[in-house]
Design a protein. Sequence first.
Length: 116
Amino acid sequence: VQLVESGGGLVQFGGSLRLSCAASGFTFGSYDMSWYRQAPGKERELVASIIRSGSSAKYADSVKGRLAISRDNGKNTVYLQMNSLKPEDAAVYYCNARNLLGMDYWGKGTLVTVSA
């Protein structure tokens, strides 16, 4: 099982990034997918999640209207489009897969840095 995040980097305040998470080794379409983030000295927090079909998503209040999660079950990939980035969005972003049986997989993360 692998979840490999990509797309992180340095972006200016107000800029955009698109994160990707490529999944392999499990039945992607049977898993809800989420993005979490963890900033230095803070706990990991849920940013956005999307159900197996992709028809419904949820967001943390702090990112509503700026971040959008999507998935392509044909490509076994989940995305996080991040717009209007703020310094407080800076963190390591992790991809998570979870199924109804509680099977839970994590990627190693990708770093997002936002300059003021």
